[in-house]
Design a protein around this ligand. Structure first.
Ligand SMILES: Nc1ncnc2c1ncn2[C@@H]1O[C@H](COP(=O)(O)OP(=O)(O)OP(=O)(O)O)[C@@H](O)[C@H]1O
Ligand SMILES: [Mg+2]
Length: 236
């Protein structure tokens, strides 16, 4: 089993978008038994993929040792399960501090059976939750909007991590007509690119991964390519 975290210091940069679409690619394109674990109290991945009644005690996995596997629910797509988030995860940082076990999340994942790929949709920030995620992940995918400030945030994450874990920066929300974007892309020409696209915004209205409703769109093709790059990184 491999764990892929989708993480950024910054909010609103496309973590959830990448999480949902990469998880769908893992399950559908690579036929992997895939689990998407939503760790963000905003529960955006859960909103897209789970259409039943939301839970209200997601934190019980950490606070009451509720077994992880019992919290996984099936989605509408074969091989793709979800551990939903809810507002109870607002206290997760405090809980991790109080527990004082730096590898709690990694241990929980180590005991999980039946999945080939686990993706973690993370809340933003260099928090205790982020540290737990970084210790658990084999690869950390970091969405970066092409701008100097986002590159700075990425550099901060890289400095924080050192060589501990493989980092995969991805340029997201890219509009090549903008000179700022074109300049950023030329600074890092080998980073994968996800375009700015209205089908991606539509995902939260249709509550489906892009590949499920617009498989031939440039965005879906870009997610497929990014997923293949993640698989290559895992095999490296
Ligand atoms: N490539 C893209 N093209 C167009 N819109 C995008 C793209 N990527 C993300 N968005 C939109 O930007 C908004 C933020 O994206 P998303 O929720 O994935 O970010 P996030 O990093 O998970 O945010 P948060 O930090 O709040 O969890 C959403 O409305 C999403 O639909
Ligand atoms: Mg999010």
């Amino acid at each position: 089993m491999a764990t892929i975290a989708i993480y950024s210091l910054k909010g609103g940069v496309g973590k959830t978008t990448l999480s949902v679409n990469l998880a769908w690619c893992a399950a559908t394109r690579s036929a992997r038994r895939t689990l998407l674990w939503d760790l963000d109290p905003q529960a955006a991945s859960s909103w897209v993929l789970a259409h039943g009644t939301p839970s209200n005690d997601a934190q019980a996995i950490f606070s009451r040792d509720v077994p992880l596997a019992t919290r996984a629910i099936a989605t509408a797509w074969p091989r793709l399960d979800l551990i939903p988030a809810d507002g109870s995860l607002r206290g997760l940082d405090r809980l991790f501090q109080d527990l004082d076990k730096k590898k709690r999340l990694a241990k929980l994942l180590g005991g999980l059976k039946g999945y080939d790929r686990v993706l973690l949709d993370c809340p933003p920030g260099l928090t205790d939750t982020a540290d737990q995620v970084m210790r658990a992940a084999d690869v950390i995918v970091v969405p970066v909007i092409p701008s100097p400030l986002s590159e700075r945030a990425f550099a901060a994450v890289k400095a924080h991590l050192g060589d501990r874990t493989a980092l995969m920066p991805v340029h997201v929300m890219v509009d090549r007509r903008r000179s700022l974007h074109a300049a950023a892309l030329s600074r890092n020409p080998d980073w994968p690119v996800i375009p700015m696209a209205s089908v991606i915004e539509e995902m939260t209205v249709r509550r489906e991964p892009v590949g499920a409703f617009a498989p031939r769109s440039a965005a879906a093709v870009a997610f497929d390519g990014l997923w293949r790059a993640v698989e290559r990184q895992l095999a490296a």
